[in-house]
Design a protein around this ligand. Structure first.
Ligand SMILES: [Zn+2]
Length: 63
């Protein structure tokens, strides 16, 4: 479940699995299209929520 905000009707709503019209893997990560209760489609960027920082430089290798 995700707490989202519809840009069109300017109200908060909770999106469950059935609220997502589609999911897409992009070069920037996973994005989804979630419908608010009124039916507006909002883009959700999962990579921003799940992986706020994922830099290759942070990887540490023990020698
Ligand atoms: Zn809406």
């Amino acid at each position: 479940m995700f707490d989202l905000h519809c840009r069109t009707c300017d109200q908060a709503f909770v999106a469950g699995p059935s609220s997502f019209a589609s999911l897409h893997h992009t070069t920037d990560g996973l994005i989804g299209y979630a419908r608010c209760p009124t039916g507006h489609v909002n883009v959700v960027n999962f990579h921003v929520r799940v992986h706020p920082v994922e830099a290759e430089g942070s990887r540490v290798t023990a020698a």
